[in-house]
Design a protein around this ligand. Structure first.
Ligand SMILES: Cc1cc2nc3c(=O)[nH]c(=O)nc-3n(C[C@H](O)[C@H](O)[C@H](O)COP(=O)(O)OP(=O)(O)OC[C@H]3O[C@@H](n4cnc5c(N)ncnc54)[C@H](O)[C@@H]3O)c2cc1C
Length: 312
């Protein structure tokens, strides 16, 4: 006997059932953070500040500014963070890496942040400088993020975030060794981890289970990357070890020259991702904004974030 559906309606009625996702009004407002990169020229600086001003009313918990490979953006990162501290209502966080600097030099940068009133550091090992295949610690430098976290603790009572890798860091000896490194960074004094971006929510949710089983209790905040340029995402993901699922490729198929449709697709993909995470109980999200506000604003809105109303 042929068990397959004999007509369209039967096929629809015998397919797997998927429940509705909860609506934001039934869920607590999410805690958000936004990541920016320091601008290279005046035009990009103006774009960044338009982005910051657009996202500021959403009152994120913090906004972070990345640190270019090998400390190449040291002064631009510092200037952007200092301006955020001085001219906005936002809480800035400065990314800091171990690459290409002695401990004393890294400590000086951290000390300068402390003196500028910056209390949150995203502590990272950093990637090998351009041209170097593998990471070599600087002689006299902090070898890895765990050491940097300890060094920062000696300088001041910083709020420290560290990186986490749901799909395992590309240089890790094994998934368990990678998890052990994450636990050591948190035990050394970090208060949260922010993940590398991912697209399959199952990968992240399984990673949370593994973190919990390893005794980690700090939040492992999902890093959300709204994709607007699929070609450059593919290139970047190959370097940082994030997988790009086939289904995502299919969604962007044929849209290389069609920016508007790409943005609609990007918003839909990211909205679906965050809503599934939210339905699974996650209520903290870190957005890789790429210094463009619109997708992040829309997705944060879908999560239930609304502009803070000024008192009075
Ligand atoms: C949220 C986020 C923000 C980032 N921002 C920046 C930025 O602003 N600037 C920048 O340059 N990079 C940035 N990165 C990238 C980061 O610098 C790289 O992924 C880097 O290769 C690892 O940094 P980490 O702090 O995770 O390193 P660590 O935690 O020190 O190490 C990463 C992994 O490498 C392995 N490992 C480390 N040390 C050893 C060892 N001694 N023996 C064996 N295995 C070891 C472990 O598996 C470990 O989990 C960011 C990454 C994330 C997730």
């Amino acid at each position: 006997m042929n068990a397959s559906p004999s007509n369209t309606l039967e096929r629809w009625l015998t397919g797997p059932r998927v429940g509705t996702l909860p609506t934001p009004s039934s869920l607590p407002a999410p805690k958000l953070s936004f990541e920016f990169f320091p601008p290279k020229n005046e035009k990009l600086e103006a774009d960044l500040w338009t982005c910051i001003r657009r996202l500021e009313p959403l009152a994120p918990r913090f906004v972070s500014v990345t640190y270019g490979a090998g400390g190449s953006t040291r002064s631009r990162t510092h200037d952007t963070v200092a301006r955020l501290a001085k001219e906005t209502s936002l809480t800035p966080a400065a990314h800091l890496t171990c690459v290409g600097a002695t401990r004393e030099e890294v400590d000086e940068v951290a000390q300068a942040y402390w003196e500028a009133g910056v209390r949150h550091i995203v502590a990272l090992r950093g990637d090998p400088p351009a041209g170097a295949a593998t990471y070599e610690p600087h002689p006299g430098g902090y070898a890895q993020a765990e050491d940097l976290v300890r060094g920062l603790r000696r300088i001041g009572d910083f709020d420290i975030s560290v990186g986490a890798y749901p799909e395992v860091h590309p240089a890790a000896l094994s998934a368990d060794a990678d998890l052990d490194f994450l636990k050591r960074k948190i035990d050394a004094g970090a208060s949260r981890a922010v993940t590398q971006y991912f697209f399959d929510t199952d990968i992240y949710l399984r990673f949370l289970d593994r973190c919990h089983a390893a005794g980690i209790t700090a939040p492992i905040v999902p890093g959300i990357m709204p994709v607007s340029n699929f070609a450059s995402l593919k290139r970047f993901s190959a370097m940082c070890g994030a997988s790009v699922p086939d289904w995502l490729g299919r969604l962007f198929e044929g849209l290389d020259e069609d920016v508007d449709t790409r943005r609609l697709v990007a918003a839909t993909v990211a909205a679906e991702q965050v809503r599934i995470l939210q339905a699974n109980g996650v209520d903290e999200f870190h957005f890789y904004t790429l210094n463009r506000p619109d997708l992040t604003y829309a997705i944060a809105h879908i999560l239930g974030a609304r502009p803070a109303v000024a008192a009075g």
